[in-house]
Design a protein around this ligand. Structure first.
Ligand code: ARG
Length: 582
């Protein structure tokens, strides 16, 4: 809603600008880009820093503001003031409230959806753990950023396909097969799941590389055996293929538990192995186009001209590599989905990998290379939370979630001992706390996890915003149980805190667009905090049930309901579950 108000305002102000300087070449978008939200409502609801116009208009900022102020008019406008070269615009409370609140109550959680993806398809490649290796906190980023980007695109009307490009092929399986044949036991693995596989994997890696401290020498023979087993697997050896399938299934079963806690589903689990028979055609094309060079026996695409190291396509023994599979997978996906964009979410350690193979795809003449997008994120570390695992020095995602859930359960037992369905709520809040904390920062920043901060009920946290959502729900429930309430035909704003709430709710679509533009879920996380904080201030100061004027009471209930819808919708965009009660 704010977007429409701003667009109208921009036209209006443009008129003013052109009346002073008809030749200045300004347009409405240019004016729109100048608009700011002042940090303090005393400085208006929207402001234009006129020093940014000084050069174009060849006037001082003070002159510009003074000239424009009396020209700002419109239904949405209460008044405009020129203050020290700023044009401060105050919106009409009544206009704003009546433009925003009824629309939210009508559209509910669809309110704020930008209509920009209609008829377009986006493929998102995210989470994609490497089978039989630990699913650790490093994967939290790709999993929740990836899924949030999917939700955001869906919200904007894009048709989306979420792909879990499992790392289900590679030499690690050779190692695992050797380890299993040496030390494994079917029943133990069946009972213990992926943890047992990881144990075997850690054990064989230690045996291969040796451990100086423990006086274990490196064992090259085991490494050779592992390579041989993998080669057999590539050649289709039925025993090895059966083992491989079993390992993949066990790993998948485990990942599903974590995805379920996050309420995440995928449209496809086609992993790296799926592309085995799709690579030769692309390799041949590279060869035919003369793009490939032999370098020390390996086949590469030289990218020196583009300031990058070569992209490796085939090893000396002819086996394929990570980029080879990515190229084949992209070609396949273009055929399968005809995507407009294909988004890959991985840690920033893979930036070069994506730059390289995106370039190779471009050199191969695939026009759609322009739709390939890599979204990197920073590294995650943990301190403060003592989460040593059985598997050595990595922290598993499920252990992190389990610790959070346990802690939340303790807090809830204290705060609300009578709560029904506590286990489920504790899971939503515990997992939500981790997700929210993680998505509070710009994705590219490295983050250091602090469990106490993440789980606090009164900081800028997941529990805090989920608690706010629950508060809105319980107010509405109480209203329904009492006299009920009907949405008033006019929303009557009597308190500045009500206006603040209308204002923040009116900005939802703008934030969603920003999040999409920058592929940045943290924009939504911060928006949720803005809404929660504004609502809590309103709730604290504006009596709802004891309001004497029925119109005021009805307005406040309508504001509460609108807040509930916007929070609920925004929660969905960042994989945070809605909690009606806490
Ligand atoms: N399995 C990879 C890893 O864990 C991530 C895959 C990312 N997606 C891709 N198409 N390369 O590092």
């Amino acid at each position: 809603m704010m977007l429409q108000i701003k667009a109208q305002l921009a036209e209006n102000i443009l008129g003013g600008i052109l009346s002073i300087a008809p030749e200045c070449g300004m347009d409405a978008d240019g004016v729109l880009a100048l608009m700011e939200y002042p940090p303090d409502a005393a400085m208006g609801d929207i402001a234009i820093p006129c020093f940014k116009l000084a050069k174009t208009l060849r006037r001082s900022p003070v002159q510009i503001a003074d000239t424009l102020a009396p020209l700002v008019k419109g239904d949405a406008i209460d008044r405009a003031e020129a203050v020290n070269g700023y044009l401060n615009i105050y919106l009409s409370d009544a206009y704003l409230a009546n433009a925003v609140i009824p629309e939210i109550l009508e559209k509910k959680e669809q309110y704020g959806a930008p209509d920009m993806g209609h008829g377009k398809t986006v493929v998102l490649d995210y989470s994609s753990p490497n089978v039989a290796k630990p699913f650790h906190i490093g994967h939290l980023g790709t999993t929740v950023i990836g899924h949030s980007l999917k939700r955001l695109h869906e919200f904007a009307g894009y048709k989306c396909a979420g792909i879990n490009y499992l790392g289900d092929w590679g030499t690690q399986f050779g190692k695992l097969i050797v380890a299993y044949n040496l030390w494994g036991d079917r029943a133990t693995i069946e009972a213990g799941g992926v943890d047992e596989l990881v144990k075997l994997y850690v054990k064989i890696n230690n045996a291969i590389s040796g451990n100086e401290a423990e006086g274990i020498a490196p064992n090259a023979e085991l490494a050779d055996q592992a390579r041989a087993e993998f080669r057999k697997m590539e050649e289709g050896d039925p025993d090895n293929i059966a083992l491989w399938k079993w390992f993949v299934q066990i790993s998948l079963d485990e990942y599903q538990k974590t995805y379920k806690q996050l309420d995440i589903t995928f449209d496809s689990y086609k992993g790296e192995s799926f592309y085995t028979d799709k690579m030769p055609a692309q390799v041949q094309k590279l060869r035919d186009m003369g793009l490939m060079k032999i370098d020390d026996g390996a086949s590469i695409v030289d990218l020196e001209e583009y300031g990058m190291p070569p992209c490796l396509i085939l090893k000396r023994d002819g086996s394929t590599l990570y980029p080879t599979r990515d190229i084949a997978a992209a070609v396949y996906r273009k055929g399968e989905y005809n995507f407009d964009k294909c988004i890959y979410v991985t840690s920033n350690q893979q930036i070069l990998h994506f730059q390289q193979w995106f370039k190779v795809v471009e050199l191969m003449g695939y026009e759609w290379h322009k739709g390939l997008v890599h979204i990197p994120y920073g590294t995650v570390s943990i301190n403060g939370a003592k989460l040593a695992t059985r598997t050595g020095n990595v922290v598993l995602l499920k252990d992190l979630f389990a610790a959070a859930i346990e802690k939340v359960t303790e807090i809830m037992e204290e705060k609300n001992p009578a709560l029904k369905g506590r286990a489920d709520i504790a899971e939503a809040v515990g997992v939500g706390a981790i997700v929210f904390y993680y998505l509070s920062n710009n994705r590219i920043k490295d983050i250091n996890f602090n469990m106490d901060d993440a789980l606090s009920f009164d900081g800028n946290t997941g529990p805090y915003v989920q608690y706010t959502y629950a508060r809105a729900c319980s107010i509405l429930e109480k209203a329904a149980a009492g006299d009920g309430y009907t949405v008033p035909s006019t929303i009557t704003v009597t308190d500045p805190l009500e206006k603040d709430l209308c204002k923040v709710l009116s900005q939802y679509e703008e934030r969603v667009r920003l999040a999409l533009r920058d592929y940045e879920p943290s924009v939504i996380t911060r928006y949720i905090l803005d809404v929660a904080t504004t609502f809590n201030r309103f709730y604290h100061d504006c009596a709802i049930f004891s309001a004497e004027d029925p119109a005021v009471k009805a307005t406040r209930l309508a504001l509460t309901e609108a807040t509930k819808h916007v929070l609920g919708s925004a929660f969905g965009l960042i994989c945070l579950r809605k909690t009606e009660k806490i």
